[in-house]
Design a protein around this ligand. Structure first.
Ligand code: ZN
Length: 1012
């Protein structure tokens, strides 16, 4: 599954949970009240919830209900089902796992969805062929929100075709999501049985199970039904099943549809036959799937059109799409088959299904889902109008395709045994997506982007004491859902990349093939992977200090990652190297007594001989070790974590930093791109958490005036942004701006403002980064060009060719920031007429206090045109704006009652509070925030998010105490003042006039050197 959007949904769900746990809104219910067991029977004898056993329809005969008879069943459906399930998901004290006395081998599933307003249910009949492994009187399987028909339930002994006598049917759908059939006679180990039953499931609007979605076509709403079974297990909402990933089976699917619709599923249709008694309906019979997990079953019933590839491939590809989006299918169709073929050759295992379908679903919870043979996507993840959309969108579409197609092997062919090790699916798919995208779009340089897209991101999330090990227990739906996070995906991908590096790419590749072959159509645990890699390592004669399992378990079974500290001995040529868990912040009251240590591959090279790449190891039992000879002379630098293939940060002694900085200034390309990115990122992060003097980091950064590569720049910009936001309005700020202009001007000058069709992919990315800073620093060429484009757009607002999608956000922001009332008004009107959020964000970047106030006031008016979904984004952008931060804080403090009485209510206070914290760094600001929290303790008092905000301000204050003067002194020592600008202390509280004056002086000075 592609999780990025999903993580957002998860955050929303968590927010809902946070809100629901506040004293104000949590309903105090007994458990019986929380999980109502409605006994209300409808005319048909069907009920929505428990008890689930209901009589057959009076007229008997057909097992399905006609729409007219069933339509009212779910009219009283609970609106708060999502909340209900979130509450349910917190249950931890019950066994939610199935016993494994009987295991499924084959399902025949007949589903007839009624995709029509007022009905939205599915009639189903299922035959499950099971093998009995241990004698038992009871068969438990998963079901949720399913209505069973009691008389239809049967268990047949296939050795003699005798039915067993059912003595009880225990329905625990609302608690354990399990139903249990008890039989009078025992099922005997070694025998096969057939379980049959009729049921009704709900075509819900919760984006899980078999659910409904819709889109408008010529003013008419068109409905469709589609499945989303993963995260954690929602197949049980579509039909009763053994819904655990290691209970693999074959699925024979039969889908009913109206003759005006079409269906798609994992396999190809064999035949279609009319449905008896329903003239407008047809059954589509599908080929039986290969053996697979229940969460990979996929069904789509819609009026979509299919678009096939025009090129010829061994496996045909089709893209399913609503008719009006047909033209947006081309890009995915052009890259996906090549990716799949790359994987076939990379894994040396042919894709085993007869076809591949990709479907664009209008309402979809995740980014995409890897159902075997029918991959489903949210529309924006699959469809793109390439010439009109940004390069980053194009890359993300390619990337998501590569991720889902990688899952066809990692996840579908070989499946994680249980959700606690979902990284075996997701970490691998994330790692391999870089290879798959690289294979079809080499210009994207995905392998070069890995460090800034994955590794440095993981350094952020895994450096908190609240992180978790990759391999982590998960049983409840809530726990399982939380496993789909950055640790499984991104950290998983980082440790795989690290293993590939220390094992060697070719041996690693052969090991993967070995693993996939050994576990095909089965499940895998970590040991299966370690074993396959070990066998390959042994076969290929690769030397490692201990087993692959020993090494890798230090990375999967404990959280965090090390900081490697290298202290060179310039006399002996050696170094002492120590490891310690890297944390952004240490909680003095932590009760964690675990001693964190890893098996770490200490790869290193040096300035004397760049071809030398040495590897020593520090073992998990060694807090430190000594390397006798680094192979570098005392005037040569040494760099550890070669090409930044490994998951650790590095700190050096000050002399080595000096030698590296010297090399960077002389010829930075003698150090690899990834290592330049690493040096900058490590040094600034270590300095920010007080583990390194800022001097070392700032000295390194001086070479950036020669740096033209996207990756090192991208790695350091967020760290520079932090310093920028802290020093803003301080006496050191103008000097800091001078330094930044020294660095950014040549980078911007290198990429220039004008796009060209010949631009390399990363040049486009580099231009976005460089423009964003150049315009922020008021570099004249950037500001003038942006203003000109903005003026052009004001004349022709509907001409979409004026702004390049890659430059749009910076141009809009710069247009407003450097414009007057007319430019601001234009942005806001464009937002309300087009609902294009980038215009709203542009309006929020105004430097005019009264305009910002007016914007925030508009937010309170439900008629202003600001959408509820954009409120957080708007407030966050005002709060992040250097001028807007004070405006937003004043607004929150002074307009509290007005906000509460507006359509926003109390729901936004927590996030608003959090947004204003990032830029605040004085005791007076902290006191004001604490006072605000105390005044509104009922809403802000118990929120973790509010506490995080306070913690950030406390850290900022500490940072200022420790580093403000340190950086100021470094600037004074190293950066020549930019004529008069150094005397100007920007004070922007009253708008943009003074700021622009200060900036413009700087621009005039540096403009002399600037060549557009
Ligand atoms: Zn995935």
């Amino acid at each position: 599954m592609q999780q990025r959007s999903f993580v957002f949904l998860l955050a929303v769900a968590c927010l809902l949970q946070v809100e629901s746990s506040s004293p104000k809104s949590r309903p105090v219910l007994s458990s019986a009240q929380q999980y109502p067991s409605t006994l209300e029977l409808s005319e048909d004898g069907l009920s929505l919830m428990e008890p689930a056993i209901v009589p057959e329809p009076e007229d008997g005969g057909r097992w399905w209900y006609t729409p007219s008879r069933k339509a009212h069943i779910h009219s009283g459906k609970s609106k708060s089902r999502l909340m209900q399930s979130l509450m349910l998901s917190n249950k931890v004290d019950e066994d939610l796992r199935l016993p494994s006395d009987v295991l499924p081998s084959n399902y025949t599933i007949r589903l007839l969805p009624f995709i029509e307003e007022g009905n939205f249910t599915t009639d189903g009949h299922i035959d499950i062929f099971v093998d009995c492994v241990r004698d038992t009187n009871s068969i438990s399987m998963n079901a949720a929100d399913i209505t069973f028909k009691k008389l239809s339930i049967s268990v047949l002994d296939l050795s003699n075709n005798n039915p067993l006598t059912m003595v009880d049917f225990i329905d625990e759908q609302s608690t354990r999501e399990i139903v249990t059939i008890r039989t009078a006679e025992k099922l005997m180990a070694g025998k096969r049985y057939k379980i049959s039953m009729d049921f009704v499931s709900i075509l819900n609007d919760e984006l899980r199970g078999f659910y409904r979605s819709s889109y408008m076509e010529n003013g008419v709403r068109k409905w469709l039904a589609v499945t989303q079974m993963e995260a954690p297990s929602n197949t049980r909402r579509a039909f009763p099943c053994f819904d655990e990933p290691n209970m693999k089976a074959e699925f024979s699917i039969i889908l009913g549809r109206k003759t005006t619709m079409r269906t798609a599923s994992n396999m190809n249709i064999i035949s279609s036959t009319p449905i008896e008694g329903m003239p407008d309906y047809v059954w589509d019979y599908y080929e039986t799937t290969l053996k697979m997990s229940s969460y990979l079953v996929a069904c789509l019933v819609s009026e979509f059109e299919d678009v096939a590839t025009t090129t010829s491939h061994r496996v045909p590809f089709r893209l399913w799409v609503k008719p009006e989006s047909r033209d947006l299918a081309g890009y995915s169709l052009s890259v996906a088959p090549g990716m799949q073929e790359f994987y076939e050759s990379y894994f040396k295992i042919a894709y085993p299904l007869p076809k591949q379908d990709l479907a664009a679903i209008p309402d979809f919870s995740a980014g995409a889902m890897e159902n075997w043979g029918l991959v489903t996507y949210r529309e924006s993840a699959l469809l793109i109008d390439v010439p009109r959309e940004s390069r980053s969108r194009k890359q993300s579409v390619a990337d998501i395709n590569a991720h889902e197609l990688a899952h066809q092997w990692f996840g579908d062919l070989v499946t994680t045994d249980w959700w606690s090790i979902i990284w075996l699916n997701e970490g691998f798919a994330t790692y391999v997506e870089f290879l798959g995208t690289n294979a079809v779009e080499p210009d994207f340089r995905m392998l070069d982007q890995f460090v800034v897209r994955e590794l440095h991101y993981v350094f952020g999330v895994d450096a908190l004491e609240t992180s978790r090990p990759i391999n982590y227990p998960a049983t409840t739906p809530d726990e399982i859902t939380r496993m789909f996070d950055a640790i499984s995906y991104d950290k998983g991908s980082c440790i795989i990349r690290m293993a590939a590096d220390f094992i060697g790419l070719e041996t690693f590749n052969r090991g993967l093939t070995r693993y996939l072959n050994a576990r095909s159509y089965k499940n895998a645990v970590e040991d299966d992977l370690w074993l396959a890699l070990q066998q390959q390592v042994d076969e290929d004669g690769i030397s490692l200090p201990t087993t692959v399992k020993d090494i890798m378990e230090t990375w999967t079974l404990q959280m965090g990652f090390p900081l490697i500290t290298v202290t060179r001995d310039y006399t002996t040529g050696g170094a002492s190297v120590s490891q310690d868990r890297f944390l952004i912040r240490r909680n003095p009251n932590s009760t964690d007594t675990h001693v964190y240590s890893w098996w770490v591959p200490l790869t290193h090279t040096n300035g004397g001989d760049l071809l030398v790449r040495k590897t020593e190891w520090i073992s998990k039992d060694q807090p430190s070790t000594t390397i006798g000879n680094l192979g570098a002379s005392s005037d040569n630098w040494v760099i550890f974590n070669y090409d930044q293939q490994n998951l650790y940060r590095v700190a050096y002694d000050s002399e080595n930093y000096r030698l590296i900085a010297q090399q960077l200034m002389v010829d930075h390309e003698r150090i690899l791109d990834n290592n330049r990115a690493q040096l900058l990122d490590d040094a600034f992060v270590l300095a920010s958490v007080h583990l390194l003097p800022y001097k070392s980091a700032l000295d390194l950064s001086l070479y950036l005036k020669y740096e033209k590569e996207y990756v090192p720049w991208n790695a350091v910009l967020s760290e520079l942004s932090y310093i920028d936001s802290m020093l803003y309005s301080q006496p050191q700020y103008s000097h800091w701006l001078t330094h930044m202009m020294n660095l950014v001007t040549p980078y911007y000058s290198h990429v220039g403002f004008q796009e060209s069709t010949l631009d390399a992919h990363l040049t486009v990315f580099a231009r976005s980064d460089a423009m964003s800073w150049a315009c922020k620093l008021q570099i004249a060429d950037c500001v003038d060009n942006s203003k000109a484009k903005y003026a052009e757009l004001m004349k022709e607002p509907d001409n979409s060719l004026i702004l390049s999608p890659n430059q749009k956000s910076t141009i809009l922001k710069t247009g407003v920031e450097n414009g007057g009332q007319a430019e601001y008004d234009f942005a806001f009107t464009q937002y309300t007429s087009k609902y294009d959020t980038s215009f709203l964000i542009a309006a929020a970047s105004s430097k005019n206090v009264s305009r910002l106030n007016s914007l925030l006031n508009k937010m309170l008016d439900s008629e202003s045109g600001i959408r509820l979904g954009d409120v957080n984004n708007l407030f966050n952008n005002v709060a992040s704006n250097p001028v807007g931060n004070a405006v937003a804080t004043d607004f929150l403090v002074n307009q509290w009652d007005a906000i509460e009485q507006s359509w926003l209510g109390t729901g936004y206070f927590v996030s608003f509070f959090r947004y204003v914290c990032n830029r605040q760094n004085t005791q007076a600001q902290l006191d004001r925030l604490l006072e605000l929290r105390n005044t509104h303790v009922d809403i802000l008092g118990s929120s973790n998010t509010v506490q995080q905000g306070i913690d950030v301000v406390v850290e900022n204050i500490k940072w200022m105490e420790l580093h403000q003067n340190e950086i100021g002194n470094w600037l004074a020592d190293n950066i020549p003042p930019a004529t008069t600008t150094t005397q100007a202390t920007p004070s922007f509280a009253n708008g943009n006039a003074k700021m622009n004056a200060a900036f413009m002086l700087a621009v005039i000075f540096f403009g002399m050197f600037f060549k557009p």
